[in-house]
Ligand binder design. Structure first.
Ligand SMILES: Cc1cc2nc3c(=O)[nH]c(=O)nc-3n(C[C@H](O)[C@H](O)[C@H](O)COP(=O)(O)OP(=O)(O)OC[C@H]3O[C@@H](n4cnc5c(N)ncnc54)[C@H](O)[C@@H]3O)c2cc1C
Length: 456
């Protein structure tokens, strides 16, 4: 690796900034490209949502080591911050520190990464050739030459489509004006777009549940508001969770509230509603299901999950799980088809490596289409990756067991977190015993599905 060239970090979210802090500690030179106007631009979009993991799991150690000597005071470790607090009380102060600020380029969207002078098919000197990162700064496009690339660009900007089969529904793009962001602040910042309107929420996860409950709150003040909810499955039971008996009380409470709102008619639930098409007109958008039913709404909220943007990595040699689009060794451990588990054992550079040397995908994007990523996992990823780039293989390979182990495995763990036998585990993953403790905890991102989708 050419030590005279900087290392590109794509994205100034929590994991990208943590990567920069770790690289600086190692004496390496990061250059951070952030598409948004400021650090934490994706979280800014869901600043009204409360995190389910407390501060102590949301702070990166190297970032804290940069912040504390400069007078920053850590929030109470057990408090659960809102997204906005994560930005205001942690990411913004971090991004404003001189060592980070001087290396951070905002309004800088990476549109492609390749090897300088080599397309994907060329192998000679590939491992030693620098990377070329193409960046849009407003109307201007510039190429940067760097020695390594850490892609921490998240998945927020690429939501899953509304249509079934993984494709946009027919007419979805044309109806774009009727489709909101994935987690609108329906009773706050975005209230005027929702009050008194016909709103269709699509999806069967936590985002859908939160949005529906907030809409019901809004409907109390704006009774004209009509709340429609479409799910693909034949029931919404998995969103309701186990009520009082739920292994995760917060999920249980959320689910019970939702169930009551559906049963009382405040929310109109439409099951087995796989969306085939959207037709926009002056009177609203008509959403039609595969079996010919139709709903009319003024606005559609797409709580359909996210997928990684791999287009900008097209010229790189990647090794991704064919289903989850996470690094091949990681994919089977987080595949939502088989897992309700919110955490995986800590893992680092080895598991995240691609055939393209010195290129890593980290953070939310490293989980591909799996919805269970945790910040604490990402911080350990970038600690290890930075060590690997600094040539400290021992530190890179010694992944630390600092993560909460229980995650949101269902309480009969041992089955729910079994790894499907599709790929051998990396030694450190196998050794650390995913979900060895059956106690559920609040840390983790529940899919709401015991044993993953295959269990339902
Ligand atoms: C509603 C919600 C609640 C969550 N709650 C928790 C929780 O309680 N605990 C937990 O551990 N995790 C939680 N997560 C999961 C995860 O930790 C967060 O999504 C977190 O923001 C991921 O951090 P990241 O740095 O990987 O990505 P992001 O925060 O998405 O940051 C990526 C950054 O890259 C920028 N970017 C994107 N594309 C480009 C490009 N092409 N060029 C340059 N910049 C680009 C974006 O603008 C953004 O600033 C939650 C996620 C969501 C959506």
């Amino acid at each position: 690796m050419n030590q005279h060239l900087p290392i590109a970090v794509i994205g100034a979210g929590p994991v990208g900034l943590a990567a920069a802090a770790h690289l600086l500690e190692r004496g390496l030179e990061p250059v951070i490209f952030e598409a948004g106007a400021s650090a934490g631009a994706a979280i800014e979009q869901w600043r009204h949502i409360r995190l389910f993991s407390p501060w102590r799991f949301n702070l990166d150690a190297a970032a804290v080591r940069l912040l504390e000597p400069r007078g920053w005071k850590s929030p109470r470790p057990t408090a659960l911050p809102y997204g906005g607090e994560l930005v205001d009380d942690y990411l913004t102060p971090l991004a404003e520190l001189q060592p980070i600020a001087s290396r951070l380029k905002t309004g800088a969207r990476v549109i492609a990464v390749t090897r300088a002078g080599l397309d994907k098919t060329h192998v000679r000197d590939r491992d030693t050739a620098p990377f070329l990162v193409r960046v849009e700064h407003g109307d201007e496009v510039r190429d940067y030459t760097v020695s390594a690339v850490i892609d921490a660009s998240g998945t927020w900007s690429t939501r899953n489509p509304l249509g079934t089969s993984g494709l946009p529904a027919i007419g979805e793009e044309r109806a774009a004006e009727r489709i909101s962001s994935p987690l609108p602040d329906v009773s706050g910042r975005d209230l005027t777009a929702f009050a008194g309107r016909r709103v269709l929420v699509v999806g069967a996860g936590h985002s859908a549940a939160n949005t529906l409950i907030n809409l019901a709150q809004l409907a109390k003040e704006a009774p004209e508001t009509r709340i429609l909810w479409a799910v693909r499955g034949s029931t919404a039971a998995k969103v309701y969770g186990g009520g009082d008996a739920d292994g995760l009380p917060a999920r249980g409470q959320l689910g019970s509230r939702l169930r009551r709102l559906v049963e009382s008619g405040t929310i109109e639930l439409h099951t087995s509603f796989g969306i085939r098409s959207l037709t926009d007109s002056e009177d609203g958008v008509t959403i039609t299901s595969g079996d010919g039913r139709s709903l009319v709404a003024d606005v559609v909220v797409p709580c359909t999950g996210f997928r990684p943007d791999l287009d900008m990595l097209r010229e790189l040699r990647l090794d991704l799980d064919p289903a989850v689009e996470a690094p091949t060794e990681l994919g089977p451990l987080i595949d939502p088809e088989f897992h309700s588990c919110g955490t995986v054992p800590p893992h680092g550079a080895k598991v995240l490596a691609h055939p393209e040397k010195n290129f890593y995908i980290v953070g939310m994007k490293s989980y591909g289409r799996a919805p269970t990523f945790l910040l604490a996992t990402g911080y350990e990823q970038v600690r290890s990756v930075s060590a690997a780039l600094a040539g400290d293989q021992l530190a890179a390979d010694t992944v630390h067991l600092e993560l909460p182990e229980t995650g949101v495995c269902s309480s009969d763990a041992g089955t729910s977190c079994d790894v499907p036998a599709v790929a051998p585990l990396a030694p450190q993953l196998a050794a650390s015993g995913c979900c060895s403790t059956p106690e559920p905890s609040f840390v983790g991102f529940p899919t709401g599905l015991a044993h993953g989708r295959s269990g339902s």
